[in-house]
Design a protein around this ligand. Structure first.
Ligand SMILES: Nc1ncnc2c1ncn2[C@@H]1O[C@H](COP(=O)(O)OP(=O)(O)OP(=O)(O)O)[C@@H](O)[C@H]1O
Length: 638
């Protein structure tokens, strides 16, 4: 793929300049007289024509050059947008790295009606620290973020959101909810209809963000599984195999790891989802299939780990670009309670044991990753085998530890917080020194500013691309409409400017000698008509010319491009179609600010009606050299 150099991009006139000039040129003042050869214009070839069918070669070439010039402009802008996007991604990645690739948040559940309240609450939240009183002593734990009892679902999601962007940027991401039974793991991940949790919000956010990113194509697919008693169960499998817990191929799936460390689960249902509604429907189906049972602590306690995987496919928006995939795991872990308290016996006791074993294996893996040990004990549980490629290098993990506010749960709370401490590997009283902390915060805010600037700039470039594409589209449409029609026309008669005056004052036209050119030979390749279309157009043209003899008065719309190119069209078709396009954005993206396009193109609906007249001039000196390159790049990138 050919890539434009910085100097080439910067030497191109910007779309702002183009549209500004378009606006100027299309103001009524710009139609101040007859089209005449400009003394400044190096192209002394400027000729005016009294007939819309008169098409000198220069005019056609000028239009071709404008098209190619605009194509170059669009490519340049796309490259600029790509580099800004890379800048934003790099800044975000650095921020997440500084914050830690495995971060631990804590959420304290509010009191429930069923909780026995005491005067003395065992838990005390202070900024990013949480103190627990248990057995006569008070212990403090530090977190990356603590959500107190009154924190809303939005508050939690706001902190989770940046990591989602990482998944769209190509990183594997894992968000896990950990905690004792009944502390709100499922509430945080699933939420309720009125208070949706992380999973539904994530699905919505991913589709929203993907629709705003016009430089990448995204695809999404969804899988859901449950690690139940050490076996992997497909939650989206067709019903019959779902019901049978044993002996079905969908009930104990194999986990495969390739030499690069990429994990795949054999036979796991993976459904493509194209919008939020579809994704939610599948997610709700998977939820219903999850194993739950009654315990003393929580009426519908989850007896398994429930894992939702969103596979994000991302391609650079070009045909040649390979699609890259990243995984986003949203994990609602089974309750971490000590088994005696739950009153579990029989199968429920076994389920509890299985959950605890795998949670302990998860703790070992994260602790080993934190200490950057050579050997990471992924193989000790199904859970860690599945998450292997989303917990290690280059991936981002977030653990939300849930605790109860009740005094009677303070033993369990301490256990959960000890687990979190191990995962986080930093105890609050061994926190970073104050100056280092400040330095870290400063660096993070610098990077956040870089990210914000890149995003803002990116949005501007996105708008510029839209405008340039709109003008390009309409120019191409005009080119097609005009020159295809004229290919078979032998009566192409250029006339001198003076004669144009006569036309405007109602004088009869004087035809000069017909043009001998073969218009198709000078058409850009993308405009060349096929034999069939030529035949079709020829037939239509014949019919039209036999019926319509006199010239109808036409409106003129004028475009003035930088690089001393100007085009003015006396064409109602072009004018109407351009206005139509402005009213209705071509890309249909409601979020893209298209409304100001009208102003940028400067089309004045009150543009005076002018008799048939066309003018094309060009003196963009570098264009000829740059044309073939632009064209190749266009095919590389679009
Ligand atoms: N932040 C919260 N705000 C309001 N209600 C909450 C909150 N957290 C939890 N709850 C309520 O507490 C109860 C238990 O929560 P939930 O089922 O999410 O716990 P859990 O940790 O997933 O339990 P298990 O491990 O047994 O599945 C539910 O009724 C839930 O609505």
């Amino acid at each position: 793929m050919l890539v434009l150099g910085e100097d080439q991009i910067s030497s191109m006139p910007t779309v702002e300049k183009l549209t500004e000039e378009v606006a100027m040129a299309s103001s009524p003042d710009s139609f101040d007289g007859l089209p005449m050869a400009s003394p400044e214009s190096p192209s002394s070839t400027l000729v005016s024509f009294t007939d819309v069918k008169v098409v000198p070669e220069q005019q056609q070439k000028g239009l071709e050059q404008t098209i190619l010039h605009l194509e170059g402009e669009v490519i340049g802008l796309r490259l600029k947008k790509r580099s800004l996007d890379a800048k934003r991604r790099e800044a975000l990645n650095k921020i997440l790295d500084i914050k830690g690739s495995i971060r631990v948040f804590c959420r304290v559940r509010p009191f429930l009606i069923t909780d026995k309240r005491r005067n003395q609450e065992p838990i005390c939240v202070r900024s990013e620290k949480l103190a627990v009183s248990f057995g006569g002593s008070k212990k403090e734990f530090g977190f990356d973020k603590v959500f107190p009892q009154n924190a809303s679902q939005e508050d939690v999601f706001m902190e989770v959101e940046p990591i989602l962007r990482s998944a769209l940027d190509g990183h594997n991401v894992c968000i896990m909810a950990y905690g004792q039974t009944g502390t709100g793991k499922t509430f945080t991940m699933e939420g309720t209809n009125n208070l949706p949790g992380i999973v539904p919000r994530t699905l919505k956010e991913l589709f929203d963000q993907a629709s705003m990113d016009s430089s990448n194509e995204f695809t999404f697919s969804l899988s859901m599984l449950e690690v139940y008693m050490g076996s992997v169960r497909d939650l989206l499998a067709p019903k019959p195999s779902n019901r049978i817990h044993h002996g079905s191929s969908k009930c104990n799936l194999n986990i495969q790891t390739d030499p690069n460390g990429c994990v795949e689960i054999e036979g796991l249902t993976n459904v493509s989802v194209s919008d939020f509604t579809q994704a939610s429907r599948w997610y709700n189906k998977g939820k219903r299939a999850r194993s739950t049972s009654w315990t003393n602590v929580n009426e519908s306690s989850s007896r398994s780990h429930c894992l939702t995987r969103i596979t994000v496919g991302r391609s650079g928006g070009t045909e040649e670009a390979m699609e890259e995939f990243s995984k986003l795991w949203l994990v609602d872990l089974g309750g971490s309670e000590r088994l005696l308290k739950t009153g579990a016996t029989g199968q429920t006791l076994d389920e509890g044991k299985a959950i605890n074993l795998s949670l302990s294996a998860l703790g070992d893996v994260i602790a080993a990753l934190k200490r950057k040990r050579g050997h990471i004990p992924y193989r000790n549980s199904k859970l860690t085998q599945i998450l292997r490629d989303s917990l290690g290098d280059d991936s981002k993990a977030l653990m939300l530890v849930h605790v109860s506010p009740s005094e009677e749960d303070s033993g369990e709370t301490t256990c959960s917080l000890n687990f979190a401490k191990r995962v986080r590997a930093i105890e609050s009283n061994k926190e970073l020194p104050e100056d280092l902390k400040k330095q870290r915060e400063r660096r993070i805010s610098e990077l956040e500013e870089v990210m914000r600037d890149a995003e803002e700039e990116c949005q501007k470039v996105r708008n510029q691309i839209q405008k340039a594409e709109l003008i390009l589209h309409e120019t191409k449409k005009l080119f097609k409409a005009r020159y295809r029609r004229l290919q078979d026309n032998d009566n192409i008669i250029p006339v001198k400017p003076q004669e144009c005056k006569k036309e405007l004052t109602g004088m009869p036209q004087t035809a000069e000698k017909p043009s001998q050119r073969n218009s198709s030979s000078s058409l850009p390749r993308f405009m060349t008509s096929t034999a069939a279309s030529r035949h079709r157009h020829g037939a239509v043209e014949e019919e039209i010319s036999s019926r319509v003899k006199p010239l109808r008065p036409l409106h003129r719309v004028s475009f003035q491009f930088s690089g001393s190119q100007s085009i003015s069209y006396s064409d109602t078709h072009f004018r109407t179609s351009l206005q139509g396009s402005i009213k209705k954005p071509r890309h249909g993206d409601a979020n893209e600010p298209m409304r100001d396009t009208t102003n940028c193109n400067g089309l004045d609906p009150k543009t005076p009606s002018m008799p048939g007249n066309k003018r094309v001039t060009t003196s963009y000196s570098n264009l000829k050299v740059a044309l073939p390159r632009h064209r190749r790049r266009m095919s590389d990138l679009i």
